[in-house]
Design a protein around this ligand. Sequence first.
Ligand code: ADP
Ligand code: MG
Length: 436
Amino acid sequence: LKIAKFGGSSCASGEQFRKVKEIVMEDRDRHYIVVSAPGKRNDKDTKVTDLLLSLYDAVQNKSGAEEILEKIKNRFRDIISDLDLSISLEADFQEIYEKLLAGESRDYAASRGEYLNAKCMADFLGFPFVDAKDMIFFLEDGSCDFEKTEMMSREVLKDLDYAVIPGFYGANGEGATITFSRGGSDVTGSLIAAAVHADLYENWTDVSGFLVADPRIVKNPEVIDYITYRELRELSYMGAGVLHEDAIFPVRKEGIPIQIKNTNAPQDHGTMIVANTLKKPRFIITGIAGKKNFCSINIEKAMMNAEIGFIRKVLSVIEENGISVEHTPSGIDTLTLFIHQEELESHEQKVLQGIQRAVNPDLIELEADLSLIAVVGRGMKSSRGVAGRIFSALAHEYINIKMIDQGSSEYNIIIGVKNEDFNAAIKAIYNMFVLS
Ligand code: ADP
Ligand code: MG
């Protein structure tokens, strides 16, 4: 039993729908199909979810809504007429617009791309459509209600051999529509795979697997053939776009592998994401990923290690300001906090003064416009001098290393550089470990 999730570019047009159908029909183990909203058909195009969010805003501002609605309708009309589908969505368009005028939520608006697209895909494949609001549930605080989701997904699917399910959204206890964060269809697929104890969760996208580095930064990066959940978690958390960072948990609990596959090149092996693998990684490092726009707060105080509760006091100042810390490398007399720039922005002075008062440091410094890059790999543990090689790769490009920190797991090194060096640093690390 397989779950196959198709991303936005995989169902952006009639042409893409045909590829999906070929893939689904080729292996009848693909029982439950999860779809995203139609994505971009070319670089100038807009994703349907973005159009829906603009529609929501236009309704709030009472300006331009009809025009945006027309664009959305046309995206689906194009698919329906290209594929000669037997359904009409005109009544759905009308209902969505009326509900938005009557005050329906932003999440409801955002979710309609998946809803409408799943109806199209169900008709095209000849599978029943099942609404995610009957399967995926959220708690009061907006987080996923895993127990109810598991129970209801099983209940709904128990009499259905095949089905198409919209990704990205579900309902809360009151029946209101709630979405995951962007890219959340990946999470829907994972939840359903776990609920029905699938053998495999296939995630079909527009690249031939999880790549060693972001293809928008490194030209034609190598594909990672096997990767563990832990490695993947580090990479997706650090910004590798392919898979939503929360998609790993439901399947990981059940030990269900994820396979990343390319809708445009289904013959390619793609990436297998598994609990453990004895497969030797192709390179010393498995992957590189990074995020931009951090600030660092660097705190120095002689003998801070001997001071009981030092780190706790610093962190409680951060917590009181409602800020989360991304990374905290510490040295003998120094502690550094990496914080998302936009989170810190308005609280900057309050936070610095708070820390000053709480621990009376010798020095406290703030630096902005920094990036964090993670170099991840199960093979790094058994290989010496990885940090040294990263160091020399960056030095060779005259990149100033702001911080380098080996995580406790021994397969993760985090590097801090200036935003302006971000791309060059990733390229240099890639070249060092993959090309040489
Ligand atoms: P989908 O619409 O299928 O969910 P996404 O846009 O969410 O697809 O994810 C696929 C994209 O992720 C790729 O087109 C690529 O540009 C980007 N990406 C970023 N980092 C990586 C990486 N390490 N490996 C593969 N793709 C990556
Ligand atoms: Mg995605």
